[in-house]
Design a protein around this ligand. Structure first.
Ligand code: KPL
Length: 308
């Protein structure tokens, strides 16, 4: 690797479970890591991390305010905030980042990447990713890794990610791969979230309950509508693979409560507008009807209102 790892400054925006998980993995790989936070001061923080074998680790990071001069030195910023915060988060750091800084978005759902291009300068670039690694945040700077899973990353727009940084990311994140076609990979994950997240939130159940026969028609309808939208978007995804992926994740995560179930239970904003809502928006653009996804979108919006 040509680049000195300790000069390779990487920033993580969003210190939730996934942000801290990727942060720990990069720290272990020797990257010089900073978090960027929303506060107007920079400070040192001690981060706790529990791995899959229940070993506890502690390390120190610097949490930077966006205007800290160190932010200008970051070569790569991985954005791990919820989908509905991505655009504002990028707008907030955009005046302070280097002219050649690369950005990676890692969130559930799709949509924000379409808005980000207007904020990128000529030498900046955007990659997208999806991860099925599991982690839970125990308290502010403490995360436990709860599951292994594939992480896929790939180029979206602008300048491609520097080869050394790409190699560092792939070496740091276990079971990760770079794919030349990231959008189809993100659509497979979109399918998983379009089925599991709203159905578990509406029926107040664990992911595994969706394996019951009662849900099979609705799941088929959600997938058929997603395939219709994908066809209009000219996305090369295969129905049998979508179906198999959805059922595989239902099984693998059978004891989990989905993020949307948890968001509704804790009266937090959900990512529905970037999951089924994203499909409904595209369907509207193509003037096609996707009533099952529309109904799920409306039900989650109603549930959110009722819980406020
Ligand atoms: O991504 C998830 C989520 O809950 O948001 C799945 C894969 C459905 C796991 O719960």
């Amino acid at each position: 690797m040509n680049m000195n790892l300790f000069e390779t400054k990487i920033g993580i925006l969003g210190a939730g479970a996934i942000g801290q998980l990727i942060g720990f993995q990069l720290h272990q790989a020797g990257a010089h890591l900073n978090f960027i936070h929303k506060y107007d001061y920079s400070c040192d923080e001690v981060v706790n991390f529990t791995d899959l074998d229940r070993n506890e680790h502690q390390y120190q990071i610097r949490a930077l305010t966006a205007s800290d001069p160190l932010v200008k030195r970051l070569k790569l910023i991985i954005v791990c905030v919820k989908a509905y915060h991505v655009v504002d988060a990028i707008k907030g750091i955009e005046p302070f980042i280097a002219k050649d800084c690369h950005i990676v978005l890692l969130h559930n759902g799709l949509g924000p990447h379409l808005e980000i291009s207007q904020y990128l300068k000529a030498n900046q670039g955007l990659s997208l990713g999806t991860t099925s690694q599991g982690a839970t945040r125990d308290f502010k700077w403490s995360v436990t890794r709860t599951g292994k899973g594939l992480t896929q990353l790939g180029h979206c727009i602008g300048q491609p990610l520097n080869a050394d940084l790409k190699q560092l990311l792939l070496a740091a994140i276990p079971n990760s791969e770079w794919t030349d076609e990231i959008l189809p990979s993100l659509w497979y994950k979109l399918a998983v979230n379009s089925v599991i997240n709203p159905l578990t939130a509406i029926n107040s159940c664990k992911n595994g309950s969706l394996a019951h026969q009662d849900y099979s028609n609705t799941i088929q309808d959600i997938i058929s509508e997603l395939m219709l939208v994908a066809e209009h978007e000219k996305l090369p995804i295969e129905r049998t693979l979508v179906h198999d992926r959805v059922h595989e994740v239902i099984k693998l995560t059978q004891n989990n409560y989905s993020s949307m179930h948890q968001d509704i239970a804790h009266q937090r904003q959900t990512e529905i507008d970037y999951i089924n809502g994203y499909l409904v928006k595209l369907a509207h653009k193509h003037q096609i009807h996707i009533p099952t996804n529309k109904k799920l979108l409306d039900s989650i919006r109603l549930l959110s209102q009722q819980r406020q």
